[in-house]
Design a protein around this ligand. Structure first.
Ligand code: NDP
Length: 278
């Protein structure tokens, strides 16, 4: 039976380390600062922003949350980004997505200074990831690698299979695994034989957004399974993209949902902000 990867505990440990580094910075007269921008009333976004604000405070960072009304214009938002870019107290800027439809997300993200783009979504950071020179890597993909490292999973030389090729999870995870010398296969909805690919994986990262799609019979004995998925079922249960009960019989290690990759995302946001200040 698989060892459960306790993402919550690992994220907590990382936050403790960050807090110590923030204290050291403060002793030298510096305090990392994060600005979070939220436009509109999306309930999920409001929750995420509150969690980020609280996490910043807990580790002693400076945080500002800009809550703007739904009808905020693109021009107004760009002006705020310019102000935050110029604000020396702010080392990281995060615009909570999705934005209302009348605002061009790409235009907003492009306006953030790459050196303050702690979400790792700016095209300069995305492009630099390709050559392994990115200043910031998106939080969820970075969190997946951090989990493997903290669990002592060797990546080099391993066969890694990533399911899902989104710009925010699948592609960057695949690139990070490649930089760590894994042999990487990137699967998607047109992959001819998904089960065959999965059964080849020493490390399987799943980010498809389909509840419990990857079952135990698709997992190689002893594989390490990282489940990025977060799906709310009709009965209210939160499940991953991996069928946990059957998968844990085959895997050597597996992340649960909730409590696996999820908590790592905010920890990596804090880490990126800390590094931006350092
Ligand atoms: P997207 O919907 O952007 O991408 C899903 C990917 O899965 C696509 O590349 C798609 O292929 C592929 N896919 C869909 N169906 C199949 C299938 N039947 N077989 C093989 N591949 C398939 O999702 P995201 O990457 O944004 O998110 C993935 C999951 O991760 C979601 O559950 C999301 O909630 C979760 N998530 C969790 C985070 C966290 O903090 N833990 C952060 C971000 C996301 P194609 O490209 O061909 O369409």
């Amino acid at each position: 039976m698989a060892k459960i990867i306790d993402g919550k505990a690992i994220a907590q440990e990382i936050r403790k380390e960050i807090k110590e580094r923030v204290e050291e910075l403060k002793a030298r007269g510096k305090q990392p600062g994060l600005a979070v921008v939220l436009v509109g009333n999306n309930p999920a976004s409001q929750t995420y922003v509150r969690m980020k604000e609280k996490a910043c405070q807990e580790v002693g960072m400076y945080s500002e949350v800009h809550r703007l009304p739904e009808e905020t214009s693109e021009e107004e938002l760009l002006t705020l980004i310019d102000q935050l870019n110029a604000n020396e107290k702010i080392h990281g800027i995060l615009v909570q997505l999705p934005l209302p439809e009348h605002i061009d997300e790409k235009k907003i993200i492009d306006r953030i200074l790459p050196e303050k783009d702690v979400d790792g979504f700016h095209p300069v950071n995305v492009g630099n990831l390709f050559t392994n020179t990115a200043r910031f890597v998106a939080c969820t993909p970075r969190g997946c690698i951090e989990l493997l490292d903290r669990m002592g999973v060797e990546i080099e030389g391993k066969k890694a299979v990533v399911i899902g090729r989104s710009n925010i999870v699948g592609k960057p995870v695949a690139m990070l695994l490649l930089h760590r010398n894994a042999t990487v296969t990137l699967c998607h909805s047109r992959t001819a034989d998904l089960k065959k690919e999965c059964l080849d994986a020493d490390i399987l990262v799943v980010a498809v957004g389909r509840p419990e799609m990857i079952t135990g019979d698709m997992i190689k004995e002893g594989a390490v399974v990282i489940d990025v998925g977060i799906n709310r079922l009709e009965d209210g249960r939160l499940v991953g993209d991996v069928h946990f009960e059957s998968a844990k019989e085959k895997a050597s290690m597996i992340t649960p949902v909730p409590g696996g990759v999820g908590p790592m995302t905010i920890a990596m946001l804090l880490l990126n902000t800390l590094e931006a200040c350092e």
